[in-house]
Structure formats: C-alpha cells, structure tokens
Write a protein that binds this ligand. Structure first.
Ligand code: SAM
Length: 351
C-alpha cells in the first residue's frame, strides 16, 4: 500500500465497501471505533508502509480471539449476545489496555485468500475459452494459501453458498457456462506462501476472515479438506517481480500462461507497480495473458485501462484482461470477494 497521504482514521472508516458496511454491522462499528482510538491509529502507523491496512489490525484481534485470548474470545464467540456498538467498544477498550495483542502480530501480512474470487476468475476464463483459449498454465501472483489456483474445482451457483460451492450474483446475466480452458501448471508466487498443513498458517487465514460471515470459515474448512485431493501446485516464495520469469520458465509452450493477481498489486509501491506492468507487458507481447482484479485507486502504477461507466456498486474491484499481443482492457467489475460480477468484455453486449 502506498504510504503517500496515509491517514489512519480514514483508512479505518473506508476499510469496508459500503455494501459490506450494511451487511456487517459489527465490523462496521468496529472500524469506526478503531478510527477514533488513538491506540489503534498509532498501531496502524507502526505497520510496514505496505501493510498499513486496517484488515491487518482486524485480523490480529480476531487471531487473538481464535487463540482463546481470555478477553477477546468470549466477545467473538458470542457475537450476537451484544449489540454491534457494545462489541466495538469492548474490543476497542481491550486494545487500548493491551495493545501488544495487535503489536505482536504486526510482522504478519494481510493474506486473506478469498476463493470467491475464483468465481470471477472462472467467468473470465470461460469467456477466454469462448475466444479459443483451450489450454492454460495458471500463475497466481500473491497466492497466499493458493485457494485461487483451482477455479476449475469449485462449483459456482447464483444463490446459496455451501461448502465448496461459491455464490456469485451475475449482474449482467452474461457469464458463460461453457467449460474452462484446461489448466496444466498451477503456480503460486507469494512473499509468504501459507501452508495448508501448518496450523498457525491456517489460523491466520481464518483470522483474516470476518467473524460475521461464519459460512466463509466453514467453506475454508471444507476446501482445506478437499484440496488434498486436487492437483499439486508449485509454490514459489519471494517477490512477484523477482520470480515471475522463473514461474514462466516452468510453463511449457503448449499452453498459454495466464498471469493472474487479485488484491495484490495495491501492496506494491508505485515504482514496483510500474516495473511490474512493464515486465508483464513484455511477456504479454509474446505469449502470456494477464488478468487482474484490483481496486483502481490502489494500483495507479499499473495504469489501469479507462473504465466504461461507473461501477454498479461502490467499492467494486475492476476486472482487467490483457490478451496476448493486446493492450490491457476493462472487462467489468466485481465485488471485492467475488459475491457478484458485472462482466463486460469488449465486443460482448451485456444484457
Ligand atoms: C490480500 S492477499 C490476496 C491473496 C489472494 N490473491 C486472493 O485474492 O485471495 C495479498 C497477498 O499478496 C502477497 N504479496 C504482497 N506483496 C507481494 C509481492 N511483492 N510479491 C508476492 N506476493 C506479495 C501477500 O503475502 C498476500 O498473501
């Protein structure tokens, strides 16, 4: 996250998309209370500049609760027994009294690995398949635990989420149901790839989820159980810019490398974003396709393509696709966690 214009109270207040503030009254109250807490403001400032994201503080508090902290655990376990205001003021009071609960976790990173984004990725891959892309290698940059390396293993529907079924509302009613391209290599790159077999990594990933969405925690458990049966992925540890060429070297020429990232480039500095774009465009000119889902204000260094119209809902993620030999193009909008998509690829009329 760029450090320029860092304003912790505003970061806290803007941490949730407006539609999520409505859905999640406990976290909405909590981020507002943290915005007014000098301790919470100071702690966010103590994080590494690229990690000055309120989600890191929220995850650190949730992590304490999941580890059974005497003060936090009862609040998070029995959320509904208090009003959102009571929950927020008690959690904030605990943080004020015991800032080490968060300070000790500031070495970590926001690593929310949201499989719901695989529903959006599948929609884009479906569309590419319709354009003749039959075989791909998937390189997931900022892969966290690698949950978005398997868009072909999730079932996706339009209403009820359950286990590994992802729920995504199709606002433009134009998501293709044709099969996905066949995925050959699955390669994840991350500064700190999380290991599904390491209990602390799994706990941190759970802490990055929101306590008002128990179905996401259930889904994570179900995915972790199924994932052991899915094809093994290669995980590369290090920075995206340093490792992307190594990842591409693992890709045989019989399939198109798809370089994908969601909610990652905002953690690069502006310089890194510009270098990343330049590096990827070199590969796009010859052999690769580039897909990203990022919030446009956080990735100005990527020079996102002009958007057609306003997003259908505030706080949306822009979908950008750059096909081989083309320029990056605006392909629509999605909810940050993939709860809905409004796909509008160039040349396709939306309903
Ligand atoms: C918010 S998480 C998103 C995870 C995943 N892309 C998703 O959409 O579910 C951001 C991830 O990017 C990783 N990351 C941040 N900067 C990176 C960099 N320069 N190179 C590689 N990974 C990076 C973090 O470690 C973290 O796992």
């Amino acid at each position: 996250m760029s450090d320029a214009g860092f304003d912790a109270p505003t970061y806290y207040r803007m941490a949730l998309a407006p539609e999520d503030r409505e859905r999640l009254p406990y976290y909405a109250q909590l981020v507002d209370a943290l915005a007014n807490s000098p301790t919470a403001v100071q702690l966010l400032g103590e994080a590494r500049p690229e990690q000055r994201n309120p989600m890191l503080v929220l995850a650190a508090l949730h992590y304490g609760a999941l580890r059974g902290d005497r003060d936090l655990a009862p609040l998070y376990e029995r959320l509904a027994s208090r009003t959102p205001e009571e929950f927020a003021s008690r959690v904030t009071a605990i943080l004020e009294a015991r800032p080490e609960l968060v300070r000790e976790q500031l070495w970590r990173a926001t690593q929310t690995n949201e499989p719901g984004r695989s529903a959006v990725l599948a929609a884009v891959l479906n569309e590419l398949h319709g354009r003749g892309v039959n075989d791909v290698h998937l390189i997931d940059v900022g892969t966290s635990m690698g949950l978005n390396l398997y868009p072909d293993y999730y079932r996706i529907n339009n209403d009820e989420a359950d286990d590994v079924i992802l729920t995504m509302e199709d606002l433009n009613d134009n998501v293709a149901t044709s099969p996905l391209p066949r995925i050959h290599e699955r390669i994840g790159i991350d500064l700190n790839p999380l290991d599904p077999e390491n209990p602390d990594d799994v706990l941190w990933l759970k802490a990055c989820l929101w306590p008002e969405e128990p179905q996401r925690a259930r889904r994570l458990d179900a995915i972790l159980q199924e994932m052991v049966l899915w094809p093994r992925a290669t995980r590369l540890k290090g920075s995206a810019v340093d490792l992307i060429d190594d990842a591409l070297d693992l890709c045989s020429p019989d399939a198109t490398p798809v370089i994908f990232h969601s909610w990652v480039a905002a953690y690069f500095s502006s310089d890194e974003q510009a270098r990343w774009r330049e590096r990827i465009m070199r590969h796009v000119r010859t052999r690769a396709t580039w897909i990203y889902f990022e919030h446009p204000w956080g990735v100005k260094g990527l020079d996102p393509p002009p958007r057609t119209g306003e997003p259908p809902r505030a706080g949306a993620t822009q979908i950008v696709v750059c096909e081989i030999g083309e320029d990056p193009a605006h392909w629509g909008w999605a909810h940050p966690h993939g709860r809905w998509v409004a796909l509008s690829p160039p040349g396709v009329d939306s309903a």
